[in-house]
Write a protein that binds this ligand. Structure first.
Ligand code: ATP
Length: 232
């Protein structure tokens, strides 16, 4: 279980995330919804020790707050917490193979079989330089690279951004496959409709605070979510 309690992220006087409590279990897909600037990226970056964070962070019951607060990101990665950022997350000048090997440098051999069963298109492109791939293909490499690190908890920042609708749908379907292998997936998405199709639960963030939480089914029928994020 990944658990953040009264978790905050502040850039100087600007409080981007304010006293947020969230829980993510192994094998769960949980969505974090919210408008531009709601604090979604800041929350994920704070959990990884990549943004100035306060509050408690528990990983399998172990208090790892100090790792997030001190920016000890490598130690969090070592405990199975992996972020796929909104942009990038790949080494563009390196091949697909090199990206995947780097993803797995800490844990050993990447789980090739799993990676290719989720992203069959990558197998024929192992030698291709990632910078020469399409945006959608690069997103797949970023996800595959995260998977190569054998995450226990995967934090995804807008993985479908800039993808064609069909590809976005397919990519979110692969998240279910991640989860089926026991990985907990925290999915930040502006596309609430898509996110609530794959997530079991969701949190709605507004101005850095959680204003709604519940099952995907409950949030799909919530008036605020419907009005603001699902077009009424
Ligand atoms: P989007 O969907 O547009 O990516 P978001 O919900 O991910 O938005 P954040 O990127 O977390 O929102 O931003 C939350 C607030 O924090 C915004 O007001 C933003 O301007 C501010 N912010 C983010 N990063 C920094 C930073 N490094 N320094 C100062 N302020 C920041």
């Amino acid at each position: 279980m990944l658990e953040a309690q009264k978790f905050s992220v502040a850039y100087g006087a600007h409080r981007a995330v304010e006293g947020v409590t969230i829980r993510l279990g192994p094998g769960e897909v949980v969505a974090v919804l919210g408008a531009n600037g709601a604090g979604k990226s800041s929350l994920l970056r704070g959990l990884m020790g990549l943004a100035p964070a306060q509050g408690r962070l528990l990983l399998e019951g172990e208090d790892v707050s100090f790792l997030a607060q001190r920016g000890l990101t490598e130690a969090l990665v070592g405990r199975g917490l992996v972020l796929v950022p909104e942009r990038g997350g790949v080494f563009r000048s390196l091949s697909v193979r090199e990206n995947l090997l780097l993803g797995g440098y800490r844990t050993g051999e990447p789980p090739w079989r799993d990676i290719f069963s989720l992203f069959p298109a990558l197998e024929a492109r192992l030698g291709q330089r990632v910078g020469s791939m399409s945006g959608g293909e690069q997103r797949m490499v970023a996800l595959a690279r995260a998977l190569a690190a054998r995450p226990r908890y995967l934090l995804l920042d807008e993985p479908t951004l800039g993808l064609a609708p069909l590809l976005a749908k397919r990519l979110l379907a692969t998240l279910k496959a991640f989860a089926a292998q026991g990985v907990g997936v925290l999915l930040v998405e502006q596309n609430a409709g898509l996110a609530l199709q794959v997530a079991q639960r969701a949190y709605l963030l507004q101005e850095g605070r959680i204003v709604r939480e519940g099952s995907a089914e409950t949030l799909l029928h919530d008036p605020i979510v419907r009005q603001a994020y699902l077009g009424g």
